[in-house]
Ligand binder design. Structure first.
Ligand SMILES: [Zn+2]
Length: 306
């Protein structure tokens, strides 16, 4: 395994795996979503086809400058037949399923001579996930590759709906403060949209994120004009005890919120300033949700992935 990628043994399938020379028998390359830890080794000089969702395809072409003729964008919810050999004598099918993780993130259901394989990639389970078209409700899944990021009984954190309410309460309890939200480059756009609508404010982002949000077709609640909104998005690594102090001195009362379950195993996050709030708003499934998902899929075998 390299990074978070997998070569599925005895198949031509490589997922989130971009070390071409080490892919002896892999001929078909799939990208589950546009997060850096799933794209290690992928760059604009890549020269083989990449199968992915429509949103991920758009990001690959417009942000990473991958050649557009190499990017095969597939709709979710329906099987797509893909030739396994050059003559097209052997085929397999892939169905993309919404992974409920970040924009464009999908699970892959592969069916072929190797049986039936479900690869979750990063995903957040909720009670609607298995009801989407194409989900293997009545199929025997031979092998489940399962996102085990939080596969630990200690990983108890709220649904995103409940975590949103916690974030909303924090902001409403600080009615005169600017609010900085700490994020990575992609993900939690729905949270921002919900906050904008609920609090009737624009969300301020930098120009690069603004371009991406336009590409994703997000609600018209974002701006790259600094004075236009009370909520400001920054990269979460920028939020430290010293920067929150500086922002308060420069711009008046300011709080910061980091929506992540990254520190779930720690008694306290590595941040001490009381103006910084870490809320367990996660785009990964918690432990109980993973158990529920497995009980729905009922696979013959499980292989953990991250
Ligand atoms: Zn991810």
């Amino acid at each position: 395994m390299i990074g978070n990628g997998v070569l599925i043994p005895d198949t031509p399938i490589a997922i989130d795996y971009w070390r071409e020379r080490q892919c002896n028998q892999s001929k078909l390359f799939f990208l589950s979503h546009y997060h850096a830890d799933h794209m290690e080794g992928l760059n604009s000089s890549w020269s083989l086809k990449i199968y992915c969702s429509e949103i991920t395809a758009s990001l690959l072409i417009h942000e990473m400058s991958i050649r557009s003729d190499l990017v095969v964008s597939l709709q979710t919810g329906q099987p797509h037949v893909i030739p396994v050999d050059e003559m097209g004598c052997e085929t397999m099918s892939v169905t993309l399923l919404d992974a409920n993780h970040c924009p464009g993130a999908v699970m892959f259901l592969f069916e072929g001579y190797f049986g039936c394989i479900l690869y979750t990639g990063d995903f957040r389970y909720d009670d609607q996930l298995h009801l989407q078209p194409g989900f293997p409700q009545s199929k025997q899944v031979d092998q489940l590759f399962l996102d085990n990021t939080y596969c630990n009984p200690k990983a108890q954190f709220p649904t995103r709906h409940d975590a949103f309410q916690i974030i909303l309460n924090i902001i409403q309890q600080n009615p005169t403060s600017n609010v900085i939200i700490g994020l990575t480059h992609l993900g939690k756009e729905k949270l921002l949209e919900q906050l904008a609508v609920k609090l009737q404010t624009m969300i301020v982002v930098d120009s690069k994120r603004m371009q991406r949000l336009n590409l994703l077709g997000c609600l018209n609640v974002f701006t790259d004009q600094m004075d236009m909104g009370r909520i400001i998005v920054k990269y979460k690594n920028e939020i430290t005890d010293s920067t929150i102090e500086r922002w308060n001195q420069q711009s008046g009362p300011t709080i910061a919120i980091i929506p992540t379950a990254l520190y779930i195993y720690q008694d306290r996050p590595p941040i001490l300033d009381k103006r910084i709030y870490v809320v367990h708003y996660s785009d990964h499934s918690n432990y109980n949700e993973l158990r529920q998902f497995v009980s729905v899929v009922k696979p013959c075998r499980i292989t953990p992935i991250i």
